[in-house]
Design a protein. Structure first.
Ligand SMILES: Cc1ncc(COP(=O)(O)O)c(C=O)c1O
Length: 476
């Protein structure tokens, strides 16, 4: 990426931030191209490019002879409310639906608004390839022996340094490296619960967790979750008093799919509540570094006094989904998790662990993170504006302060599974709501992946989805 590209995107981001924050109001004139170019000491073409992005996003409009003005928003859609799943646990049966949706969306012709992964061009692939080549040359022997189940020491040292940002310093030995966050969650659940046990989860929940629960013959207890503040602690507390909950899985910082971020006080209470009931918490922090506010919020793990929190994450959303490098800090469950790791996959490819470690040490990890956050923030603004312009009245949409996903709640009469099938015929992928529930809820909701760079093609896809939803509504 050239410096110029960074500059105009940065500029567009700054102005959209002023519009979002209300400093620049609808109808107000934004600085003239010449003035901004002088003030910011950038070229006229950079400013024009930034204004073109803002125009594409529907944030500003050019008026002949007068300049650029903030566009009145079509409307501001309300947010979804606290969810209300059933109060009883149930066995899970979502795997077939998930397979169907993921398989159908895999075609290269499909606009990928369904999968939960940023666009491939946003990952630092060239730098990682160079590091991988150099590591393979320098440490050729790593391919010729088995590595430790717990993981490579260099990577665990880098994770230990990073843990200061999460509110709790963890020693290198406290980490177990895994094949992605998915394996981390899987190992933790196996270490903490058995078939038939009840696992408390957020509702809606990441479908991978539902699949793990399903595959182990466990039951899911869906807990009401708020789109901004996350899992309802009152509901969880009640569940802990009335049910035998064996473990709890939560994504407290930028939940998937809601994008909710639990306030610090709630994280503390969550840990205390569960510790008092002797229930381990699997904290999935895979999006934790992608909050828009800096510094990032602390983890629930930072309040853990009894070793009951198993903190799980990976580099798949930030650096390289294909590396499959993830990790867990399993607290008091560490011996069991290490054993489960060995049984499951013996170890994680060490050459990839060393590549990630080197990137964290010298690859500009923080710079890369800041860039990603900025792009995702702008993307969410652009997607939300596009939804506001094209979706039916009564649509609700989340307002996440991190990550790259939106949760869209359509009028109750629209069936998201039908919308998903119709969208696929139009070569657009979405993730329909029932994927995220053990009990087939959220029939009128879907998750939209906003992690791809905003483009005309994507704008058209969002508009088309809105049209399809309106047609389905009209048909009744
Ligand atoms: C909340 C959450 N946890 C875990 C995973 C799985 O991550 P990984 O690809 O690192 O296994 C995902 C992937 O979408 C996710 O969204």
């Amino acid at each position: 990426m050239t410096t110029e590209t960074t500059l105009y995107q940065q500029l567009a981001g700054e102005i959209s931030g002023l519009i979002d924050g209300g400093t620049l109001r609808p109808g107000e004139r934004i600085p003239s191209v010449r003035r901004l170019s002088e003030k910011k000491r950038v070229s006229i073409s950079t400013v024009l490019e930034a204004y073109r992005i803002l125009e594409d996003r529907g944030l500003v409009e050019a008026r002949p002879q007068s300049g650029y003005f903030v566009r009145p928003r079509a409307r501001v859609l309300p947010e979804p409310e606290l969810t209300r799943p059933p109060a009883a646990p149930s066995f899970v049966g979502v795997s077939r639906l998930i397979d169907e949706v993921l398989a159908a969306a895999r075609s290269p012709r499909t606009v990928p608004l369904g999968a939960g992964c940023p666009g491939p061009e946003l990952f630092p692939a060239a730098k990682l390839q160079r590091i991988l080549a150099s590591v393979s040359r320098r440490k050729a022997r790593t391919l010729a022996h088995y590595s430790l189940a717990a993981g490579n020491d260099e990577l665990r040292r880098e994770l230990s340094k990073r843990s200061l940002d999460w509110g709790k310093a963890l020693a290198p030995e406290e980490f177990v490296v895994t094949n992605g966050c998915m394996e981390a969650l899987n190992l933790c659940l196996r270490a903490a619960a058995r078939p038939g046990d009840t696992i408390a989860i957020e509702s809606p929940a990441y479908f991978g967790v539902l699949q793990i629960i399903e595959s182990h013959g466990m039951k899911a207890l869906e807990i009401p979750t708020h789109p901004r503040e996350g899992i309802s602690l009152d509901a969880l507390s009640m569940a802990l008093q009335t049910r035998r909950v064996k473990a709890c899985v939560v994504v407290p910082t930028v939940n998937n799919p809601l994008g909710s971020i639990m306030p610090e006080a709630n994280k503390k209470r969550l840990v205390e509540l569960l510790a008092a009931a002797d229930v381990p918490l699997m904290e999935d922090d895979i999006y934790g570094d992608l909050t828009f506010a800096e510094p990032r919020p602390v983890t629930a793990k930072s309040f853990d006094k009894k070793g009951m929190v198993m903190l799980c994450s990976s580099f798949t959303k930030i650096l390289a989904p294909g590396s499959r490098v993830g990790w867990v800090a399993p607290g008091r469950f560490q011996p069991r998790v290490e054993m489960e790791k060995f049984i499951n996959s013996i170890a994680t490819a060490e050459v990839l662990q060393m590549t990630i470690a080197e990137f964290m040490r010298n690859g500009g990890y923080d710079h890369h993170l800041r860039r990603l956050r900025r792009i995702f923030r702008d993307n969410l603004v652009a997607f939300t504006a596009a939804i506001e312009r094209s979706f039916p009245g009564e649509t609700r949409v989340t307002r996440p302060e991190g990550g790259f996903m939106l949760w869209v709640e359509l009028p109750a009469r629209i069936d998201a599974l039908e919308l998903h099938r119709e969208a696929l015929r139009n070569h657009i992928g979405i993730a329909p709501g029932p994927l995220f529930s053990a009990t087939g809820r959220y029939r009128n909701c879907f998750r939209m992946n906003c992690g791809h760079p905003w483009s005309r093609n994507i704008e058209l896809a969002v508009w088309r989805l809105g049209e399809l939803a309106k047609q389905m509504l009209a048909k009744g």
